[in-house]
Write a protein of this length. Structure first.
Lengths: 501, 364, 144
């Protein structure tokens, strides 16, 4: 490598007056940025290796460290940004597809931030959640619309299988393999304590976690990794993954180097072999094929578990969702283009798919226009960042939200977007034992529980402000939303009025 | 240009009252008008109305369609629609007493009609479904025509004005009903026309309602999946359609309907005996979007009875009392006393607890 | 009594406990001032084994402490809570306790007398600083 075309993106700034040479930065950096030099009695940093994950910054006991964006930039150009140019350099050097992790970071509009929530004043009372009951429990699954009576005129109270959640949030799919054993344990334990569900992702279910089955959604993806009878029966629901928001239309690839030990056993593939999920399910080339898989899974689980079909939000999502609803699925999960991932081709992550807000609004409307909204529940993900995003999603029409990035942040993730390197300093997106152990599930599950309890409180506050004391009265209640700075078309798609109207 | 009700959503406060004779004895409208006088301040002169059951014994097998028309052109258009779908045995102007307090009146007609059997065949609908569909059709697509009452042997009378004036205007002293409900409205904005006043009615169901429900749009968007069209953007309208859907179309009992729209809290359901718990859980799950939150007190009128219901937190006042064979219900006890000064057993039903009163079998 | 326990499963070998200990016992209020250019003498030490196992060791506060029995000057004693304490004024620096402690948890301080973990009861931290500062809850302070 003759010439370094790319100047390092970050600068490690060390305040030497504070540095006590404890060398925690050196010991904790899996990228080997820091090194103590005995002769100089200095800690030296090689910022070219830094990914800005802030592990060293967070652990430095004297706050002697910070990582900042380098100001050694190329000549300013509104068209050719630094990123554009550096990516050309990278590809000219490597000849490869650019890879990146986590959600689309580009400055596309975030509709959540252009929607405002209502509150009661005078004409009806707001409700204080500390003094009155405030209900957040939801049931996901097919409800149907017609009530049946038996020959004696009594109600037949049998419903198709439902997934009961204490609040309208689930941890969305992240496979064992893409994230660590301890990350999975944290999610499973937190979901159980909270009365919600986490999702295995497509990597199977580690034998240690079968005990969390009632709070587990087991996923069946195109690679069918780790899918067998006990696995399907272990979960509270089965999810067919067609696509994910970060990379609609393509499959997955977990390199053989990560297929070791338990991961190999859980995925049921030989150690060292690449785990390749095909782009499509090769038994689903059309909607009628989906119906067959849905019912195969229902047969396998004796119609006791709801089947979720997860798709990425793409242009024709309303028609796709309507087709899924008619395929026998009990729940549709839609993942917006900002959804996270362990690794995706950068071009796909940044340019394919549509915002979840618009997808949700149009799907909910279409299902109602078709009169089949009660035949299916809607779960949305793809960058739900806060409790107010949840409230807005429910009011637009969702039954529940999937969160993953927020959950990872609670576990310590700093969104450095280099999961694909496998060197996660926070013990999340890695399989190296010395890194995995950095995430103690006692702490991880506790932080997830804290986060969800905090959101639950906030959801209740927001609901109480609107005079609503049960989450179902918020679902699809678009009158509680107003847009700001949105054009006519956007408002029309979202089905909301502009603020002031 | 000020928008009419239906183009905008107008929150309202209100007064409601009702009286029913369990023996099915007929009462003129005078007493129910009287009940609204002490609650004058609960209305602001922008809407009042009444529903009477058993008022058209002569035409009791015919649907009594009460219709507002903006003008004769609208009437001609609507009547032509009616003629091609119904056998009309009687068409007349609803008689009124002109008075200074009630102005801006539309043309007010009523028709006693039966669906044409050939149309029932064509659409493969039963009579009620056909009439409900025709009401939706007229109210959504025939501009300037508005059906505000469509039941059998019952009728709704409503206008913009104070309710006590509206009762006199419609000559309710000349009608005799075994059950009356009444409503005085306190809208925050001028409704612009008479359709927005209460009661709101579809087929034999009529609703008077006090409150502003916070679940409105969730309820509306759900019920519109089943062929209803909420043209007025009012709570009462959506509650009327929910009632029709659950009682008539899903054949739920009144108690089951109450357990759906004012469902008990989950914590309450968990404490109930297993059979009841299963039923309540079922109703709350299948029709979770028909749960009504926010303050309301409603009185549902139906053939042969009344049901009064408060929201589950009881955020609106409502009292019930009895006198002989009569049951009286109102927002305030003063209204009950205005009808029956010696009414007894006065009590305030708990939130979510339905009060169901039925006329003796065969007495209506 | 509540004691400091270490779970090697979660010990990352980051050595922060040693620095937190040294700081807590320094009497200073700023860590950089306390520890800058100082060779620290922590009362807890991370042992690093061959097979990537790390483990922080400090006084066990034994219920029948051999160090107290061996002390020739009466400098070591158990207080009412069971904490094994050292009286620096009485210690003559004979190092017998260092020799007999099976855990190697006693060491010499910069003044030639001995030092050991006293659960931070005598310093400003009030409760074990190594526990509070451990980033992975590998060191816990609890009753067992």
């Amino acid at each position: 490598m003759g010439i370094n075309y790319i100047y390092p993106e970050f600068e490690v700034v060390r305040n030497d007056a504070r540095c006590i040479r404890c060398r925690v930065c050196e010991r904790q950096c899996s990228n080997q940025v820091h090194q103590y030099d005995k002769d100089l009695d200095l800690v030296i940093s090689d910022e070219s290796k830094c990914v800005n994950c802030k592990r060293c910054v967070s652990l430095c006991p004297t706050r002697a460290l910070k990582v900042v964006k380098s100001d050694c930039l190329l000549r300013e150009n509104a068209n050719w940004s630094n990123d554009n140019i550096n990516e050309v350099y990278k590809q000219a050097g490597s000849g490869g597809v650019l890879l990146s992790s986590m959600g689309n970071p580009k400055p596309f509009p975030v509709y959540w931030d252009k929607i405002l929530i209502n509150a009661s004043q005078v004409t009806n009372p707001s409700i204080d959640p500390l003094r009155e009951p405030m209900e957040t429990k939801v049931f996901l699954g097919k409800k149907g619309s017609d009530i049946k009576h038996d020959e004696n005129g009594n109600l037949i109270t049998k419903l198709p299988p439902q997934l009961e959640l204490s609040m309208p949030i689930m941890f969305s799919a992240m496979s064992y393999g893409s994230i660590s054993y301890n990350a999975h344990e944290s999610l499973a334990r937190a979901a159980t304590a909270l009365g919600i569900c986490y999702n295995t992702g497509e990597g199977g279910l580690h034998e240690d976690f079968y005990c969390y089955g009632p709070n587990t959604v087991v996923q069946v993806a195109s690679g069918r990794f780790g899918v067998f009878k006990d696995y399907l029966e272990a979960g509270a629901a089965v999810e067919i993954k067609i696509g994910q928001g970060a990379k609609p239309g393509i499959g997955g690839h977990l390199p053989g180097t990560k297929i070791v030990g338990d991961i190999s056993r859980t995925r049921m593939i030989p150690e060292g072999s690449d785990a390749i999920s095909p782009a499509p399910h090769h038994d689903i080339y059309s909607i009628e094929d989906l119906r067959q898989l849905v019912f195969s899974l229902k047969e396998a689980t004796e119609y006791k578990k709801p089947v979720i079909v997860k798709v990425a939000a793409v242009h024709n999502i309303a028609a796709i969702a309507s087709g899924i609803a008619r395929s026998g699925a009990d729940i549709i999960a839609i993942d917006g283009y900002r959804g996270g991932t362990g690794a995706a081709p950068t071009r796909i992550r940044d340019n394919v798919g549509i915002p979840i807000e618009l997808a949700l609004a149009s799907v909910d409307k279409r299902l109602r226009d078709e009169g089949i909204r009660n035949d299916v529940s809607l779960v949305v993900g793809g960058s739900i960042r806060s409790s107010s995003d949840v409230v807005k999603a429910i009011a637009l029409g969702a039954d529940a939200c999937y969160i993953a990035t927020a959950a990872l942040l609670a576990l310590g993730c700093h969104l450095c977007r280099t999961c694909h390197t496998g060197l996660c300093n926070w013990g999340i997106a890695t399989q190296k034992p010395e890194l995995v152990k950095r995430l103690n599930p006692d702490i991880g599950s506790e932080r997830l529980i804290n986060l969800m309890n905090a959101w639950r409180h906030e959801i209740k506050e927001l609901m109480g402000g609107m005079g609503i004391n049960s989450i179902e009265a918020l679902r699809g209640n678009r009158l509680m939303l107003r847009g700001v700075g949105l054009n006519e078309k956007e408002l029309e798609i979202l089905g909301i009025s502009h603020a002031g109207e | 240009m000020r928008q009419l009700e239906g183009q905008i959503r107008i929150p309202s406060g209100c007064a409601i009252s009702a009286v029913i004779s369990r023996d099915g004895r007929r009462m003129t409208g005078e007493k129910i008008i009287e009940s609204l006088k002490p609650m004058h301040d609960r209305s602001n002169g922008l809407g009042g109305g009444f529903a009477g059951y058993g008022i058209y014994p002569r035409y009791k097998d015919y649907y009594a369609l009460h219709i507002f028309y903006n003008d004769d052109l609208c009437r001609t258009e609507c009547e032509s629609y009616l003629r091609s779908n119904f056998v009309i045995v009687q068409a007349e102007i609803i008689p009124v007493r002109k008075m200074p307090a009630i102005t801006n009146e539309p043309l007010i007609y009523r028709y006693f009609a039966q669906p044409l059997p050939s149309m029932l065949m064509t659409w493969q609908l039963d009579e009620d479904d056909f009439v409900a569909r025709a009401v939706m059709e007229i109210n959504t697509h025939l501009e300037g025509s508005y059906v505000f009452s469509s039941g059998k042997n019952m009728g709704v009378f409503k206008a913009v004005g104070f309710p006590e004036d509206v009762g006199v205007y419609y000559k309710l002293d000349e009608y005799e009903a075994y059950s009356w409900t009444a409503h005085g409205r306190y809208p925050t904005n001028t409704p612009g026309w008479w359709g927005g006043a209460h009661p709101f009615s579809l087929l034999n169901y009529s609703i008077v309602h006090n409150g502003e429900i916070s679940s409105y749009d969730a309820n509306r968007r759900f019920i519109e999946m089943f062929g209803y069209k909420c043209t007025l953007q009012t709570d009462t309208e959506v509650i009327a359609y929910i009632t029709d859907f659950l009682l008539r179309r899903q054949k739920l009992t009144l108690e089951e309907t109450a357990s759906t729209i004012a469902a008990p809290f989950w914590s309450t359901i968990e404490r109930r005996p297993p059979e009841e718990r299963e039923k309540l859980t079922y109703l709350r799950t299948i029709y979770s979007n028909l749960l009504i939150t926010g303050p309301f007190s409603i009185i549902v009128g139906f053939e042969g009875g009344l049901m009064a219901l408060n929201d589950r937190l009881k955020l609106r006042s409502m009292v019930v009392a009895e006198k002989d064979d009569k049951v009286l219900i109102a927002s305030e006890e003063a209204a009950i006393r205005a009808m029956e000064p010696d009414a007894a057993h006065v009590y305030a039903p708990a939130g979510g607890e339905p009060v169901i009163v039925k006329v003796k079998d065969g007495a209506y | 009594m509540k004691r400091v326990f270490v779970n090697e499963k979660w010990c990352l070998g980051c050595h922060l406990c040693e620095y937190n200990c040294a700081f807590a016992n320094s009497g200073e209020t700023n860590m950089a001032k306390a520890l800058k250019n100082v060779k620290i003498r922590p009362r807890i030490r991370v042992e690093e084994g061959g097979d990537a196992i790390t483990f922080a060791v400090s006084c066990r506060h034994c219920s029948d402490p051999i160090c107290i029995k061996s002390c020739i000057s009466g400098a070591l004693s158990r207080d009412e809570t069971g904490t094994v304490c050292i009286d620096h004024d009485k210690c003559v620096g004979c190092r017998t306790c260092i020799l007999v402690c099976p855990y190697g948890a006693i060491s010499e301080d910069e003044n030639g007398v001995i030092q050991k973990c006293e659960l931070c009861v005598k310093n400003a931290a009030g409760s074990p600083a190594c526990v509070a500062g451990c980033p992975n809850r590998a060191i816990i302070f609890e009753e067992r």
